[in-house]
Ligand binder design. Structure first.
Ligand SMILES: Nc1ncnc2c1ncn2[C@@H]1O[C@H](COP(=O)(O)OP(=O)(O)OP(=O)(O)O)[C@@H](O)[C@H]1O
Length: 258
């Protein structure tokens, strides 16, 4: 979110938050054509575990963007991604998105260890009608991941790559990753970054929660920050040009950590 938008957001009064917007509401509509906007959270509030994780948060995801989601542990990054994915419903505000559902990329730990890559692809085929199994099998072969190997025998990096392949092979325009590169060595990370860029569909976008700013910030066009009870969105370019900082420096030096 740009500074002007943040100010406007702050200036909104309670009166303007209509009864409608307080209702649980996820709307889907074809908003893309006019605005090239894939998803919008408007004034979204979410309470979890007895505290308000998101408080009137507003963010927008346009097409052809890679957006980082950055904030301290437990601040609400996964919650934000799950709201975007439709896995959680907001307690207030609205989520407006395309009819095509987002692809929320599960991490390796969501599958049983005895499952093979083939089993995981079968799971995706059964659950997601938009899953392109042939493409997934082709990418697995390209990545030298044997379809018959059980997950427990795959390296951590290959487990994550498998999950990335499965998620990317859903016909979506919005791919949501929660810590996709966690625990992966620098060489493999570089390779997976390249793989991601090569295989993301045209006119799609990625939203990615991560703590690995040094490694990943070069990917980001924008960053969504969560801190101090607020959520705001900035262009990476703005952070570099206006604040003369990297995303990591901005995160460490400019935002409040409890
Ligand atoms: N399944 C759940 N049930 C109830 N409350 C939850 C659940 N998951 C998370 N929470 C609460 O929501 C808050 C935000 O959690 P979330 O996982 O979104 O944070 P995060 O920023 O992704 O954390 P991390 O960086 O450690 O992964 C947590 O502090 C926790 O109190």
């Amino acid at each position: 979110m740009r500074t002007e938008d943040m100010r406007t957001e702050d200036m909104r009064t309670e009166d303007m938050r209509t009864e409608d917007m307080r209702k649980e509401d996820i709307r889907t509509e074809d908003i893309t054509a006019a605005l090239t906007c894939l998803l919008r959270l408007q004034d979204v509030t979410k309470n979890r575990n007895g505290w308000r994780v998101l408080d009137h948060a507003s963010v927008t995801v346009h097409e052809n963007r890679i957006i980082g989601v950055v904030g301290d542990n437990g601040i609400g990054k996964s919650t934000l991604l799950k709201l975007m994915a439709g896995l959680l419903r907001p307690d207030g505000g609205q989520i407006i998105r395309e009819e095509v559902p987002p692809s929320y990329i599960l991490s390796g730990s969501h599958f049983y260890e005895w499952m093979t890559a083939d089993d995981c692809a079968g799971f995706y085929r059964d659950f997601y009608p938009d899953f392109d199994r042939e493409r997934a099998l082709m990418l697995l072969e390209q990545s030298k991941i044997d379809r018959r190997t059980r997950l427990c025998r795959l390296s951590r990096g290959n487990q994550e790559r498998l999950c990335m392949i499965l998620g990317l092979c859903r016909k979506s325009r919005l791919y949501l990753f929660d810590e996709p590169f966690d625990g992966i060595d620098p060489y493999f990370k570089k390779d997976m970054k390249r793989f991601l860029l090569e295989n993301m569909a045209d006119n799609s976008s990625i939203v990615m929660a991560t703590h690995l700013l040094k490694d990943l910030e070069s990917l980001f066009d924008e960053v969504i920050f969560l801190a101090d009870g607020r959520v705001w969105q900035m262009e990476t370019e703005e952070i570099r040009m206006r604040h003369h900082k990297s995303v990591e420096q901005y995160y460490l030096e400019e935002i409040k950590h409890d």
